[in-house]
Ligand binder design. Structure first.
Ligand code: NAD
Length: 477
């Protein structure tokens, strides 16, 4: 039994759940505790009590703690990457890559602790000093989704701890394994004061809601779906808590007539289908200029036919299974819907049988769609991409921005003029030129606009905006 970690102790949950391998549903990864509201309250109280002690640790002590955690995560990349691939379904290479990213995030924030600077301003009044400093926010509640089971927890937990905040971490119910392994490393290698870091596994309706409502949780950082994010946002707003929401995407990738066709196909295949398309930054709308459209979709279909969809841990697998039966049902529902709306299933989209029972779906390409269709307005969150044919660049930019979301966008072009113009006019938080819409650096700000995100950016030095509170002090010298 994998237990919750509260007040420096491993404690059994009120109930427990099984973690199942989506590549082989007969493979049970383990049993994981699930808390209720009362146990979550205990974790919040322990964080609340530890907050002051943790904030008083010196920057160097906090830096060292993060460094120890990052070192162990990186050293165990293969083992943790395998666990991640086994529980979530991304390939082993993708799993190891994600673990490395998580380790690097801890290393980055280990350095960032020591770079926290304030400001001293000239006052408009004689003899007065104005100082601007940053302080910890207080207890931070961290709620994460299932699609990046170790990287997203890492990029929230590391800055939270770095800047002196105690943490209550609630991972996704579907994939508690990587979150538990990371928490075990933090609990042991971190050598933090008891209560500074708490792991509370369990359902969003109980654990997540308790965090959102607790007056002792000063800030909530959430990544997940739009509907859950908005409701958490409203709850936090009502009680005046700080909130950061990273939600869905409907990310466009523009392919212009002057694109390098081979590169554009690689960029689209990666952005739309790698990690089984289960990335908030995935390219789900391929907006293709008329002159290259037919060649592009034919080349896509050819490359898709060569992709190996199989067990996530098998050598040679390009794309693992969908993460769960629910997600598989959703993917198939949207493929059907796209066709009912007038789209054509040009390639893939069928269920696949493999040696082990799992949620295997051939990546799907739907052509002849237009931007008003639901398939182009709602997030599918699977290996499903639709193609919108446009007559020129202007129409492409217009459609790219014609969405409620604004997380990532991309363009494949050899024209500096179009690349520059698109970087200016895209209404997404992240813009990619000739690289996939998904896949970002851990030291650069991450986040979106419009319905995709709310609150300050995550990652890189921008992370301090959320995890610290600014204080302005005036002194008559
Ligand atoms: P989800 O909203 O169902 O769950 C996210 C987390 O919230 C989970 O831990 C869940 O248990 C918890 N939760 C659920 N209901 C809750 C409630 N009522 N109160 C409090 N917590 C609750 O999302 P998911 O299905 O795990 O993840 C997929 C979604 O995440 C997609 O929409 C995807 O786009 C999004 N996502 C966004 C980003 C980003 O950075 N923008 C990154 C990854 C995933």
């Amino acid at each position: 039994m994998h237990k919750n970690f509260i007040a420096g102790e491993w404690v059994e949950g009120v109930t427990a759940g099984l973690n199942i391998n989506p590549s082989d549903t007969q493979d049970v990864i383990g049993e994981y505790s699930r808390a209720d509201a009362a146990q979550t309250e205990q974790a919040i109280e322990s964080a609340y009590q530890a907050q002051k002690t943790w904030a008083q640790w010196t920057a160097e002590q906090r830096s060292d703690a993060l460094d120890r955690i990052g070192t162990e995560v990186l050293a165990r990349r293969n083992e943790l990457g395998e666990l991640l691939a086994r529980e979530e379904g991304k390939t082993l290479a993708e799993g190891i890559g994600e673990v490395v990213r998580a380790g690097r995030v801890f290393k980055f924030f280990s350095g960032e602790v020591l770079r926290l600077a304030g400001e001293k301003l000239p006052s408009i009044r004689p003899g007065v000093d104005v100082e601007v400093t940053r302080e910890p926010e207080g207890v931070v509640g961290i709620i994460t989704p299932w699609n990046f089971p170790i990287a997203i927890p890492a990029w929230k937990i590391a800055p939270a701890l770095a800047f002196g905040n105690a943490v209550v971490f609630k991972p996704a119910d579907l994939v508690p394994g990587s979150a538990w392994a990371l928490s075990e490393i933090i609990a042991r290698a971190g050598q933090l004061p008891a209560g500074t870091f708490n792991l509370v596994m369990g359902p969003g309706s109980k654990v997540g809601q308790t965090l959102a409502h607790s007056r002792k949780v000063r800030a909530i950082t959430f990544t997940g779906s739009v509907s859950t994010g908005r409701s958490i946002g409203m709850t936090c707003m009502e009680r005046g808590a700080k909130v950061q929401l990273e939600m869905g995407g409907k990310n466009p990738l523009l392919v212009l007539n002057d694109a390098d066709l081979e590169l554009a196909v690689s960029v689209a295949i990666n952005g739309s289908f790698f990690s089984t398309g289960q990335r908030c930054t995935g390219s789900s709308r391929l907006i293709v200029e008329d002159g290259i459209h037919d060649q592009f979709v034919a080349a896509m279909a050819q490359r898709m036919a060569a992709l190996r969809v199989d067990h996530a841990l098998k050598a040679g697998t390009d794309i693992g299974p969908v993460a769960s039966q629910d997600q598989l049902d959703q993917d198939r529902h949207y493929i059907e819907l796209g066709c009912q709306e007038g789209g054509v299933l040009y390639a893939g989209g069928e269920l696949l049988r493999r040696d082990t029972p799992g949620f295997y779906l051939a990546p799907a390409l739907i052509t002849q769609t237009h931007n008003a269709m639901r398939i182009n307005r709602e997030e599918v969150f699977g290996p499903v991409a639709s193609v919108v044919r446009v007559r020129d660049y202007e129409e492409a930019v217009h459609l790219a921005n014609d969405t409620d979301f604004g997380l990532s966008s991309g363009i494949c072009t050899t024209s500096l003029k179009h690349a520059t113009d698109f970087k200016r006019r895209s209404t997404a938080g992240m813009v990619m030129v000739n690289v996939p819409t998904a896949g970002v650096d851990y030291h650069a700000p991450f986040g979106g606009r419009k319905g995709s995100s709310y609150g300050p950016r995550e990652q890189g030095s921008h992370a301090r905006e959320f995890y610290t509170s600014v204080k302005t002090a005036y002194t008559l010298a």
